[in-house]
Design a protein around this ligand. Structure first.
Ligand code: ATP
Length: 455
């Protein structure tokens, strides 16, 4: 069997065709940068979350989880630096008014523009390279000057007059909820530094040009951990965390050759180190799926300053007081989802000249664990027996699919495309000897086994 290379278009098409991902508000013509997870998508997403939570909370002795409110006090985003500095550099095409992200366009031609550059510095860099950058829509090279565009999304929560001076923002990143609850967790849980807090939460960004399917969207979920350590006790923990995060991707079945590390060249002033894990996305190449940041005492110092609340930790033995340093991991769930789908997507040419598309998902991630069908759907005795097997497997494994549409070959193809590890078929022999045919997704081999052994 041979395999051919995958494009992003292949993934988008399968995701839609098989109920993984739908365009947000599709019946109204769709809304840019928003996607909905379909029945198979939500199962895969939840399985990824379960695996992440297990690896980051249950498998460790010193991590706890939280789930903070989406909306937060407006000052949170001032303290975090998002109100002042969370922006992307934007230029507008003077012909068709399409907006481009200047740092990304420069990056695509090998010119590094980093987030700390001032507008003037960026404009100089942009001017030097204008002749190499074309509008993605109309091809013109006639752009406005570069302007910083803030990515925070505003809301009118609690504003009944429209005159509130300070808007309540949607979170630009989910992790702020962890900093806000650091003191609560210390005061209410049996934790001692070093310890970590994990959270999965929504983030919203006014991305100038959402694109590349789930890769750059305006609403997404992040899975974050913040590990609190004594000042200067960051190095060893950072290496441990980096290694554990890498291993987690491998535990999902992602091929190691599709992952790589990328160290940040220009660190923000407070950071001690920062690395990204990148995945080799079809059609896009390597890009960030997760950031792992050694952030020193910046976050808690800022919140202590802006809130006036003492966020220092008191060592229970020595009574020493200090602001903990933080090691952060921040992963976009949509980007992991896309990596998992892309990595599992396989087209095999079969010896008879046909081909089959199969998602070789890790069985723990597969949205459907078993598909059960009667050989013929118009034979009540087969249907009844198949229903019995279906109910038994469903009780044990949760998401088991009843699939009696089309012939057996079509059912297998359909289940291959959503990555169902096993298909079980009930036929006339089942009625005689309580055995069924079980077919393996990856080898396509079929075996005869007893119903008891299935359970
Ligand atoms: P990028 O440079 O790609 O914009 P970032 O460095 O701003 O990403 P972080 O702020 O570190 O990203 O966010 C942590 C994670 O959240 C990223 O590693 C990524 O997986 C995810 N993420 C960030 N922005 C988006 C987005 N617009 N759409 C989907 N996922 C995102």
């Amino acid at each position: 069997m041979s395999e051919k290379s995958t494009t992003l278009e292949d993934i988008v098409s399968l995701a839609k065709r098989r109920g993984f991902i739908y365009q947000g508000s599709e019946i109204y013509g769709g809304e840019a940068g928003l996607y909905d997870f379909g029945p198979n998508g939500v199962e895969l997403l939840n399985n990824i979350k379960k695996s992440w939570w297990k690896a980051n909370v249950y498998d460790r002795d010193n991590y706890v989880g939280i789930d903070s409110a989406i909306f937060k006090h407006p000052k949170v985003w001032e303290a975090s630096g998002h109100v002042g500095g969370f922006s992307d550099p934007l230029a507008e095409c003077k012909v068709c008014h399409t907006r481009i992200r200047v740092d990304k366009e420069l990056g695509a031609i090998g010119v590094t523009a980093d987030e700390k550059m001032s507008d003037d510095e960026l404009n100089t860099l942009f001017d030097e390279n204008r002749d190499k950058i074309k509008c993605p829509k109309c091809g013109s090279k006639d752009f406005s000057n570069v302007k910083a565009f803030n990515l925070l999304v505003k809301s009118n929560l609690g504003d009944f007059t429209g005159e509130n001076e300070r808007p309540v923002y949607l979170p630009g990143e989910a992790c702020q909820g962890i900093y806000l609850n650091f003191k609560n967790v210390v005061d209410t849980m049996p934790v001692k530094i070093p310890f970590g807090i994990a959270q999965i939460g929504k983030a919203f960004r006014n991305e100038i040009s959402p694109r590349n399917f789930l890769f750059r969207v305006r609403e997404f979920e992040q899975a974050d951990t913040q590990f609190f350590v004594k000042p200067h006790k960051n190095k060893e923990a950072y290496e441990r965390i980096k290694n554990e995060r890498w291993q987690w991707y491998l535990s999902l079945g992602i091929k190691e050759e599709n992952l790589r590390w990328s160290q940040h060249e220009n660190l923000v002033f407070y950071a001690a180190d920062a690395w990204d894990i990148e995945y080799n996305y079809p059609s896009l190449g390597y890009d960030e799926v997760e950031g792992i940041h050694d952030r020193t005492d910046y976050d808690l110092t800022q919140h202590m300053k802006f809130s006036g609340t003492d966020l220092r930790y008191t060592d229970p033995m020595t009574k020493e007081k200090y602001i903990p340093w933080i090691l952060e991991t921040s992963m976009g769930l949509g980007r992991v989802f896309l990596a998992v789908l892309s990595d599992a997507y396989t087209v095999e040419e079969l010896p008879n000249g046909d081909s089959r598309t199969v998602l070789k998902l890790h069985p723990d991630l597969a949205p459907v664990k078993y598909a059960v069908s009667p050989l013929l759907k118009n034979k009540p005795e087969l249907v009844e027996k198949a229903r019995e097997v279906y109910r038994m497997l469903k009780k044990k494994h949760g998401n088991v699919m009843w699939d009696d549409n089309g012939n057996i070959g079509k059912r297998y193809r359909r289940q291959d495309e959503i990555g169902t590890p096993y298909c079980v078929v009930i036929d006339f022999d089942t009625l005689e000897d309580d055995t069924v045919t079980i077919r393996d997704r990856d080898t396509t081999e079929q075996k005869r086994v007893t119903i008891d052994s299935l359970a």
